[in-house]
Design a protein around this ligand. Structure first.
Ligand code: NAD
Length: 318
């Protein structure tokens, strides 16, 4: 029996829930939100679609007590930026929200995996780890999974190939300092730089354009429709499946580095082995010096932001 509790039934949370239902991801899906009426309405709405789906998933609105025997708690709760508010102020408000969620989830006896999507996701994942006191591997963020999917799609368009045959990753902060280590990208089995020789119309400028496009995709979508949610809903599903099916898949989740690249404590998007125990192994890439420098700068930025937060509680072991 696979059970997921979703906290935060807004656009992102419900896009995940809808994808989960269509993909028959689990046996039981519990919806929690501070707005209980909304969670109940969402559960009702999804249940009315069950007759048309291939799943007999049990879907209901619940409480944090329902986390006691859950495999995964997905965190999509959060607030949006107020006009004039800094990123740090927004982060501080999301920290306060997570304080009201993570404690009760842990108190329920939950012993599964936290999967965080709330932004800024790398910091919110580290916050979840700190508030929960859970082992590092059992707290995961969606990291750059969506960005990686966007990059593979765009490269697939460029090379006229199935994105699944494009192997490469967007790594770093899920945000402005993320980047593509091009030295690690292969088209099928062939390094991208070699493949470019056979495609003289594709040059480095084009690739940089794709990287920029990926970095700014969220801004563009938000400008066009106010928020992004379908893509991330699917990304959460993908990571959740890797956990529930004990896949040992390599995904660019946000997980603690634990010594990779000589770094510790920071949560950041990097290829990681994901299975039923969470993010169990970081894949340390043999990047070029310039790429490694970018990665370390991204880590420093995340560390700085995290250190500026006011937890208002004794700092637990990090
Ligand atoms: P939304 O406003 O539609 O939904 C947020 C939900 O959180 C609301 O239903 C709200 O009632 C709930 N909530 C607020 N405080 C709560 C609390 N204390 N306890 C329980 N529930 C609470 O927002 P959204 O569009 O669904 O976005 C959610 C988060 O996902 C945001 O932080 C957003 O930036 C992030 N996001 C992440 C990615 C990614 O790649 N990781 C992509 C898109 C959006």
């Amino acid at each position: 029996m696979k059970k997921i509790v979703l906290v935060g039934t807004g656009m992102v949370g419900m896009s995940f829930a809808y994808a989960a239902m269509n993909q028959n991801l689990c046996d039981e899906l519990v919806l929690c939100d501070i707005n209980e009426k909304r969670a109940r309405g969402e559960a009702q709405d999804l249940n009315h679609g069950l007759a048309f789906s291939k799943t007999s998933m049990k879907i209901y609105a619940g409480s944090y007590d329902d986390c006691s025997d859950a495999d995964i708690v997905v965190l999509c709760a959060g607030v949006g930026q107020k006009p004039g508010e800094t990123r740090l102020q927004l982060l501080q408000r999301n920290l306060e929200i997570f304080k009201t969620i993570v404690g009760p989830v842990v108190e329920s006896g939950f012993d599964g995996i936290f999967l965080v999507a709330t932004n800024p996701v790398d910091i919110m994942t580290r916050i979840t780890r700190k508030l929960s006191g859970f082992p590092n591997s059992k707290v995961i963020g969606t990291g750059t999974t969506l960005d990686t999917a966007r990059m593979r799609y765009l490269l697939g368009e460029e090379f006229k190939l199935d994105p699944r045959s494009i192997h490469g990753y967007v790594i770093g902060e899920h945000g402005d300092s993320e980047f593509v280590p091009w030295s690690q990208v292969t088209i099928g089995p062939k390094p991208i730089r070699d493949e470019m020789m056979d495609n003289p119309n594709i040059n480095m400028e084009e690739l940089t354009g794709i990287e920029e496009n990926v970095r700014h995709a969220a801004y563009e979508i938000i400008e066009a429709k106010g928020a992004t949610y379908y893509g991330i809903g699917m990304a959460i599903c993908r990571v959740a499946r890797a956990i529930l099916q004990d896949e040992n898949s390599i995904l660019t989740v946000s997980a603690r580095l634990c010594g990779a690249y000589g770094l510790d404590k920071v949560y950041i998007g990097n290829p990681c082995v994901v299975n039923k125990d969470g993010a169990v192994r970081q894949i340390e890439l043999s990047m070029m010096n310039t790429e490694l420098k970018k990665f370390k700068e991204s880590c420093e930025l995340l560390n700085k932001t995290f250190s500026e937060l006011d937890f208002g509680i004794e700092k637990k072991d990090e």
